[in-house]
Design a protein around this ligand. Structure first.
Ligand code: HEC
Length: 146
């Protein structure tokens, strides 16, 4: 009688653990689409803590030209753009841009001046933010071909 009960219960227990694991896999670990919101044509993901700090710094120091959500303005290009994918503009490009400015070469907005209000630590957080925005908007690293 006890043996029979074990035979009935064991598969249920094992099945329960298995299904529980599946549920965790799909709910606990999936950050790719959770919390994304659409703002205009931008998809704004749920940012990491670093990404969120980067956004605050970006909004204060870069958004006047590079725009809300890094989608560009009339005076500066979008950084959420395939040109700035990590394969073509590695993170160093951001440190160089903020530290020394940029001579116009991809667009017709004119030069970017050096941004004296940010430290390299700030730029590291800004890069994190821009990369999270790029990833959410389908911009993946491509090999440098230009
Ligand atoms: C006064 C306007 C302005 C501000 C403020 C500004 N940028 Fe720019 N930025 C530009 C323009 C214009 C370009 C495009 C130059 C070109 O034609 O390639 C540019 C280009 C860039 C590039 C591409 C560099 C490359 O190697 O091609 C990066 C990265 C960048 N900006 C980062 C930033 C960051 C980070 C901030 C804030 C700390 C910032 N910019 C603030 C105007 C601005």
């Amino acid at each position: 009688m006890i043996e029979r009960a074990k035979q009935l219960i064991m598969p249920i227990l094992i099945g329960g653990v298995f299904i529980g694991g599946l549920v965790l896999m799909f709910t606990g670990n999936n950050t790719s689409s959770r919390g994304d919101i659409q703002v205009g044509s931008a998809i704004v993901p749920e940012l990491t803590a670093l990404g969120q700090q980067g956004k605050t710094l970006f909004d204060a120091n870069c958004a006047s030209c590079h725009g809300q959500n890094a989608f560009g303005t009339a005076v500066g290009p979008p950084l959420v753009h395939t040109i700035y994918n990590p394969g073509h503009h590695a993170d160093e490009a951001f440190f160089r841009a903020a530290g020394g400015g940029v001579r116009a070469h991809h667009w017709n907005f004119g030069n970017m001046p050096p941004i004296a209000t940010v430290t390299p630590e700030d730029v590291a957080q800004i890069v994190r933010y821009v990369r999270e925005m790029q990833a959410a908007n389908g911009i993946a690293a491509q090999p440098h071909t230009m």
